[in-house]
Design a binder for this molecule. Structure first.
Ligand code: ADP
Ligand code: MG
Length: 689
């Protein structure tokens, strides 16, 4: 919200031996009584007796430099350190004391120093008092003379490159302006004096050393937190402006070059006045900032993002009454302007990226911890590998074939891939009845592994890959006829007709029977270890569940106790109890309980990690044992019954897999089994041919 408080207007009357009787001054106002005295002979006066009263934020007559700084500039400097833009500018006729107010006495008396050197010293002092921040101070010194911009800190005369522009935050900047960094106030002073000596000074009838140019000394401040990772940057600038004299051209009795200068000066000040008039007029949309360089550069200072302080300098002699009235009128207009000052905060993009990277890292750690607690170890939240995509494809296939009831959801990336696979598989359905095209299916047969559901198994035999209580791991046939598949009819493999069968040889048992025999005989040890693994896995999983509960319980106990303790310290402040010599037994018991709960949490969490690792190891080992059992059985069956027909259902034997679908061990086992099945199939086809 624009605030009246963001613009302060003060009037400073310079000391003079002949102060006009027509002027009277109070703390807040100046009253000009025109035609007050017959002795006043100003050309401005007419026969009418008129009294004008002007009120300001403060009026200072014969005020020392220190007081002027304290009341008109110091609050602005403090705002700049807090991150706001600030402007202090002097307005008034030549000789009224603008340069004296801003720079100080030409004799460079320390006591007579003006607003600018005082602001520099104060600014560095205030910045040094902020140990939590690192500040970078730069200065620039711009002169506007005859509607041209001059860089007073640039060693070369070329000035055409200076351009007034808006930056990304909407603040006005002069591109191309020299802005040296100042590490100390001494360096800052050095640049101030360097610029002062370069100023264009022309001889003038009213004031020999008066400037007919507008000078803007700007201190740019950039502040960031003292840490290397701080991404927030606060930038602010302090414009210290010494305007050219506001008197009318006719009064200067100038000619030639000086006349032209005066024309430019008056023009830009007229535009400044127009801007102020526009800003003080209600509902005025267009503010003519761009009409002059001065108003364009000071765009933020008037009506923009700045805390601005104006000092209207007055030479209170009777001869200057008309200029006094015009200065007071202008100052009164400025009183009606509202500024919208905000702290200029922005983000350093490099630091921002670093911060986001750090956040991502921490969130991944957090996710890993939550997964561990929820028994979901090893979930990958990054890009899916080819193997993982392959696994998901298999799961989707099985789901579509009715071989599995659900697909366990583990991460957003996995969900997306599941949808992608659905889409891709839906695209392969060519038959209106919903069968998956043969080529795709055949390809899948050579690589597919799956876990048949109970419904998909033949009632008379155990399911493919199921571990049974009696025979261990089963290679029973998956149910072709009874498949619950909504979309797919599995091609039935017709057993190869045995042309020449050894009459004496024992008829080959079915694979299921063969497998049971194998497990009872040659493969007994292997089969037993598969069963043991399975039992052990079930035990460890139960342990893991109870440990996860323990961790959660300990965590919620910690939370409750912490909350109770905080509540207790609010209702029973420790200092009061100590003062009364009371020992808060309840609080100390709660503290002990909290300690115990933290210990329990740590112990359970450590144990949970161990058990989770054990579960993974058992799964890996179990899968390997199953694969070995299966491979040995195949070898035994092939050598024991060389004439046995190909009875194995096309999906081939499967290894039941539990736990994480992305488990590395499972993939290896699955791939080995699949390769084995594929090889067998190729060999059997060759034999058929
Ligand atoms: P301007 O910059 O407005 O043209 P100056 O600051 O150059 O005016 O002031 C003109 C003269 O008046 C200077 O010699 C200056 O020292 C003197 N002067 C102005 N204001 C004061 C003041 N408040 N106290 C003492 N001397 C002053
Ligand atoms: Mg001056």
């Amino acid at each position: 919200m624009p605030k009246r408080g963001n613009i302060q207007v003060a009037v400073r009357l310079r000391p003079t031996a002949a102060f006009s009787e027509a002027l009277s001054v109070t703390d807040a106002g100046v009253t000009v009584n025109l035609g007050h005295s017959k002795s006043d002979s100003s050309s401005f006066l007419d026969n009418q007796q008129k009294v004008y009263t002007f009120n300001f934020d403060r009026v200072m007559k014969d005020a020392p430099q220190q007081d002027v700084y304290e009341s008109c500039a110091r609050p602005t400097v403090e705002s700049v350190v807090s991150g706001f833009n600030g402007t202090v500018f002097c307005y008034g006729q030549t000789g009224a004391g603008k340069t004296y107010t801003m720079t100080g006495d030409t004799s460079m008396s320390y006591l007579q120093r003006g607003v600018v050197p005082r602001a520099i010293i104060d600014l560095f002092r205030l910045l040094n008092e902020r140990p939590g921040t690192i500040a970078t101070v730069r200065v620039s010194y711009l002169e506007i003379y005859n509607e041209q911009l001059y860089d007073l800190l640039s060693p070369n005369e070329m000035t055409g490159h200076l351009q007034i522009q808006d930056d990304s935050s909407g603040n006005t900047v002069v591109r191309g302006l020299t802005m040296p960094v100042c590490a100390t106030e001494e360096e800052c002073m050095h640049y101030l004096f360097q610029g002062d000596t370069t100023r264009v000074i022309a001889e003038h009838q009213m004031n020999n050393a008066s400037s007919r140019s507008h000078c803007i000394f700007t201190i740019h401040v950039e502040q960031r937190h003292n840490t290397s990772v701080a991404e927030k940057v606060v930038t602010s600038k302090l414009h210290l402006v010494d305007l050219a004299g506001s008197e009318r051209v006719t009064k200067t009795k100038s000619d030639g070059k000086i006349l032209q200068e005066a024309n430019y000066i008056n023009k830009s000040l007229t535009f400044l006045e127009q801007v102020v008039v526009a800003l003080s007029t209600k509902n005025r949309d267009h503010i003519p900032y761009r009409q002059s360089k001065l108003t364009n550069v000071l765009r933020d200072s008037l009506g923009g993002n700045s805390k601005t302080s104006m000092i209207a300098n007055i030479h209170g002699e009777t001869a200057h009454l008309d200029e006094t009235v015009s200065t007071l009128r202008f100052a009164e207009r400025v009183m009606c302007v509202n500024n919208h000052a905000v702290v200029n905060e922005s983000m350093d993009p490099v630091m921002m990226v670093k911060k986001l990277e750090r956040e991502v890292r921490e969130l991944k750690q957090e996710l890993a911890m939550h997964d561990a607690i929820a028994n979901r170890a090893g979930v990958n939240y990054g890009t899916l590998s080819d193997d993982q995509i392959f696994d998901i494809r298999q799961q989707v296939r099985k789901y579509m074939a009715g071989e599995s009831d659900d697909i366990e959801i583990v991460s957003v990336g996995q969900i997306k891939e599941v949808f992608r696979q659905f889409k891709s598989l839906a695209g392969t359905v060519t038959d209106p009845s919903g069968t998956i095209d043969d080529q795709d299916h055949a390809q899948e047969m050579t690589s597919g592994a799956g876990k048949p559901t109970a419904a998909a198994s033949r009632p008379s035999t155990s399911g493919v890959g199921n571990v049974t209580a009696t025979s261990g791991f089963s290679v029973g046939l998956s149910a072709i006829a009874s498949s619950a598949s909504p979309v797919k009819t599995k091609p039935k493999i017709v057993p190869r007709v045995v042309q020449e069968q050894d009459k004496d040889a024992e008829p080959a048992p079915s694979k299921e029977e063969g497998f049971e025999r194998f497990c009872a005989g040659e493969g007994a040890v292997m089969s037993a270890s598969v069963s043991e693994n399975k039992a052990e896995l079930a035990r460890k999983k139960a342990d893991r569940r109870s440990l996860a509960n323990e961790v959660n319980e300990a965590k919620s106990r910690i939370d409750t106790l912490t909350e109770h303790l905080a509540e207790r310290s609010r209702t029973h402040p420790a200092e009061e109890d100590e003062a009364k010599g009371i020992v808060d037994a309840e609080a100390s018991q709660m503290t002990d309980e909290l300690k115990a709960a933290k210990n329990a949490y740590r112990a359970a969490y450590d144990r949970l990690r161990e058990v989770t690792a054990e579960v993974k190891a058992i799964q890996t080992l179990g899968n390997r044992a199953k694969a070995q059992l299966l491979a040995s059985f195949e070898e035994w069956y092939a050598s024991s019954f060389p004439n046995a027909g190909e009875e194995l259902e096309d999906d081939g034997p499967c290894v039941p897999v539990e736990g994480n679908p992305f488990d590395e061990a499972r993939k290896t086992v699955t791939r080995n089994t699949l390769q084995m099945v594929a090889k067998r199939r190729i060999m059997s086809r060759k034999r058929e041919l």
